[in-house]
Design a protein around this ligand. Structure first.
Ligand SMILES: Cc1ncc(COP(=O)(O)O)c(C=O)c1O
Length: 513
């Protein structure tokens, strides 16, 4: 009997557990070419699982070339399948003697996040593509002073290996900052990361097994999607309500979350309640409370992406999920990328201490620790009270830019075009009239020197081709006004073309009748 141990209580589907265990037995040499493995009915009986479970596992192993079934004789481990798996002599070589690297790459873990968006920006264009801070506010001189102070005071320590959980003065500064905001946090609840992107990656590595279900907003931040896809998670998207008509609550659809949790075993939820990327929506506090109650009832943790939350342009402050959480359900990830300087690659995680300890170990195996120089510069910047000043200045500027964007949209956009009214953050979500494809619009607007991100890029399922995202923080009011006027003009031209086309089609139909 082959040694197989399935765990019915695991989040990993049984057929995947079975497939992986048989594959491991083959590669470890416990199962050899020519060995017969039990028929699916027989193995299902031995393991006490449904026969389809075994049949599904066998089907995958057969498609990998690891086993083959012969009617009447049984199922066997294949020679060629194993050779392909373990023999070092069979790397595919092309005729000119060069190694074909593509055939050796592991599963698709190299999804493009930054490049795909930035490459599309022609020189001199007005770019609404990125949701990133404005370069002109970077306080280079102040940061030079902070850096000099750090070198002088502790240069040698900075150049040495540091602690995985973070540079202690930065952790201390963050504890103070968070406590002032009402969080109950101590040093043991904090882990410094290389930004939110790494935080998501660490969470995925620490919690998500292949086949686990992760619930996300649809549309969502593509960087998070790329991580969970690479982690082989099953991603379930929940719609985000973008219309802010009176009586309608914006943000992720909490009733839909409840329905998903009732019907699926969900491992965790990943949500951005404040100024969601890409829609800009904010979940009202009542919805947050309802969400936390549902999460507690189903015992499903929430990863709260808090990266934009401090960029409120208007309206009253809304407490974060982490601040409202009474059940220890929330892991909050945050970053200096939007409130300060993304190039330094520093962020943090706030979570229960046992979660932080596990994430710390995963981080250690990933990169030992975040670079100490960036952390020390930020700690010094905070200590001198400069970060809060910088944030105040940029928040005001972005608020003015958001107002300029809305003014220009109201003035120029053709009827039938809708857009969200974010209370802060860095992006506005636009819905073109039905039937329009923002990818096509982009081709024409690029020719006129204006670019944006097509909405399709942010969906994991049911993409809406008539949507697009405008990142406004990096453009000044003049650029915004000019960009929106041009974009609206391109849209009107395309609308007229469509109307002419429709009229022609109608008159030829009339002629035929
Ligand atoms: C919602 C969201 N989460 C995470 C990130 C990644 O941020 P960081 O630069 O901190 O890694 C971004 C970056 O744009 C984002 O928009």
């Amino acid at each position: 009997m082959i040694p197989l141990h399935l765990q019915p209580e695991s989040h990993v589907p049984l057929y995947i557990q079975l497939r992986d265990q048989i594959r491991a037995l083959v590669h470890s040499g416990d199962l050899n070419p020519g060995d017969r493995i039990p028929a699916s009915r027989e193995l299902a009986g031995q393991l006490g699982v449904h026969r389809t479970t075994v049949a599904n596992a066998y089907a995958e192993l057969e498609s990998e070339g690891l086993i083959s079934g012969h009617v009447g004789r049984g199922t066997f481990i294949r020679n060629e399948g194993i050779a392909r798996g373990i023999s070092p002599a069979v790397h595919p070589i092309v005729t000119d003697g060069n190694l074909r690297w593509e055939s050796l790459f592991a599963d698709d873990r190299g999804e493009e996040i930054l490049g795909r968006m930035t490459r599309a920006v022609p020189r001199g264009a007005i770019s609404f593509v990125m949701a990133r801070p404005a370069t002109e506010f970077f306080p280079i001189e102040e940061l030079r002073n902070c850096t000099n102070a750090v070198w002088k005071r502790e240069g040698a320590e900075i150049l040495q290996f540091g602690p995985t959980d973070g540079y202690p003065p930065l952790k201390q500064a963050l504890v103070e900052l968070l406590r002032a905001e009402g969080y109950e946090v101590a040093d043991e609840n904090l882990l410094i990361t290389d930004g939110c992107q790494q935080a998501i990656d660490l969470v995925c590595k620490a919690f998500v097994r292949q086949g686990d279900t992760v619930l996300m907003e649809n549309p969502a931040y593509p960087g998070a999607l790329a991580i969970f896809t690479a982690g082989r998670a099953r991603i379930l998207g929940v719609p985000v309500k973008t219309e802010t008509a009176p009586g309608m609550t914006p943000g992720v659809d909490v009733a839909a979350i409840e329905a998903v949790l009732m019907q699926n075993r969900v491992k965790m939820m990943m949500l951005t309640p404040d100024f969601h990327n890409p829609t800009g929506t904010t979940m009202p506090v009542a919805e947050r409370r309802r969400l936390l109650e549902i999460a507690a009832r189903f015992q499903v943790p929430i990863v709260e992406d808090h990266i934009y939350a401090r960029l409120r342009a208007r309206g009253g402050q809304v407490p974060s999920l982490k601040q409202l959480d009474r059940s220890n359900l929330v892991i909050q990830i945050d970053s200096f990328s939007k409130i300060a300087f993304p190039g330094l690659r520093v962020g943090w995680i706030v979570a229960p201490s046992n979660v932080i300890e596990r994430l710390r170990r995963v981080k250690q195996a990933t990169d030992l620790h975040t670079g100490q120089l960036g952390q020390a510069i930020l700690a010094e910047h905070i200590r001198r009270g400069r970060l809060s000043r910088h944030l105040e200045r940029t928040r005001k500027a972005y608020s003015g830019r958001l107002a300029a964007l809305e003014q220009a949209m109201t003035r120029h956009m053709p009827p039938g075009t809708k857009w969200t009214r974010p209370e802060g953050g860095m992006c506005v979500w636009v819905e073109l009239p039905p039937g329009f494809d923002s990818n096509e619009l982009l081709i024409h607007s690029r020719e006129r020197g204006v670019v944006f991100s097509p909405g399709r890029f942010f969906f994991m399922q049911n993409p809406q081709p008539n949507t697009l995202r405008l990142g406004f923080a990096g453009l000044n009011e003049r650029e915004i006004a000019r960009g929106i006027a041009t974009l609206s003009d391109v849209l009107r031209v395309e609308m007229r073309k469509r109307q002419r086309g429709a009229r022609r089609a109608e008159s030829s139909r009339v002629a035929l009748v």
